[in-house]
Design a protein around this ligand. Structure first.
Ligand code: TYD
Length: 137
């Protein structure tokens, strides 16, 4: 079972009366070179994102506005974590099933990714994922 406390990254943040500025450098503040950035926004109430794992991709999720809940599953158990602090990143490694649920209105999930988009890197079938991690006979 994934220990979320070991996956939370404190992103450097400069605060002054004008607000917060948070920044991320690849290989410095996240443990990979950043090859791609995308963001989930205007997510309707009740919508569920994710629902897959990856063979090779590492990602860091950041709630840059609002919040959402991440369900992380390594095949041996799942943990839920609410992300709602733009100064925190959540690291997701290879072969970890993720679902993103319960977005607040206006919630935005920024994703930093270690690889370009490759559909062949996805595992989109949960039973296939369980077999791949050896969690199912
Ligand atoms: P998907 O990764 O399934 O979305 P999420 O896990 O966030 O719910 O991607 C949804 C669609 O967008 C799918 O058709 C693939 C496409 N897509 C790209 O073309 N490039 C990308 O970088 C990403 C993340 C998705």
């Amino acid at each position: 079972v994934i220990d979320v406390s070991k996956r939370l990254l404190d992103l450097p943040t400069i605060t002054d009366p004008r607000g917060h500025l948070t920044f991320v450098e690849g290989l410095r503040h996240v443990p990979f070179d950043i090859k791609r950035v995308y963001y989930l926004h205007h997510v309707p109430a009740g919508a569920e994102r994710g629902g897959h794992a990856h063979h090779a991709l590492h990602q860091v999720l950041i709630a840059v506005s609002g919040g959402f809940t991440v369900v992380l599953d390594d095949g041996h158990g799942q943990v839920r974590h609410r992300l709602d602090d733009a100064r925190k990143g959540l690291l997701i490694k290879t072969m970890e099933w993720r679902e993103l649920v319960d977005f607040t209105p206006g919630g935005v999930c920024l994703v930093l990714a270690s690889r370009p988009y490759e559909e062949s890197d996805y595992i989109r079938d949960y039973d296939t994922f369980l077999r791949a991690v050896g969690a199912k006979a």
